[in-house]
Ligand binder design. Sequence first.
Ligand SMILES: [Zn+2]
Length: 251
Amino acid sequence: MPGDAFPTVTVLDHGPPDRRFDVVVLADGFGAHELDAFAEAVRAFVAELLATEPFGLLRALVNVHRVDAVGPGTSVLDGRLVTVDEDAALRLARRHVPDADAVLVLANREEYGGSAGSVACLTRHPWAAALAVHELGHAAFDLADEYGHEGRHPGPEPSRLNVTLERDPARAPWAGLAGTGCVEGGDRYASGVYRAQATCRMRTLGEPFCVVCAREIRRVLLLHARGEGRTAYTDISPSPKRVVGDRFDEA
Ligand SMILES: [Zn+2]
């Protein structure tokens, strides 16, 4: 229903969208009588987001908008992967919130699942709020998964700044950052790839972000606060891998 306009509610309002990081949550597959459940799920997401640093401390830089879209579901379930037409979701979000910086689709499904490309997609599973913040890490901050179940990383060096093939902490992208090292496993591989700390929201849903991910999220939020945060999907590029001035200095 490309031309439809739906009620839009700003559930977390911290100021002008051109100087804030604006998250837009779209309903997908909800009937008019189910919008209370959608609103409740968005409240749970906001509570989880603000309980997760650095979003909590920097909450004054974040707006959250809810688009009460009604209509048949468009999400596709494949195992634990729940996806939508990302271009359609982006168009719908921007039609309602032109300054949308991150788009999250909440699919009216009970199964556990999610995904993130340029938009994050979730179901109404009880873990959805925790998973939503993880998927937002992918979609809006270009962070890699830090879990790894099996296999050796085939290379090349990942472009995402929270994982590396470098095993020497002094040469890792996060070298010099307090509390970091090189912990094996990440980017979905068990070995041959390293992350900065043992735990992170990009590895385990119940955990906070590691210091590397938190630093990148903070950087992007601050860019938005200065009015320099261009829309995450078009032209915010991932942080160059610098910190140390050696071969990771691609700036
Ligand atoms: Zn991390």
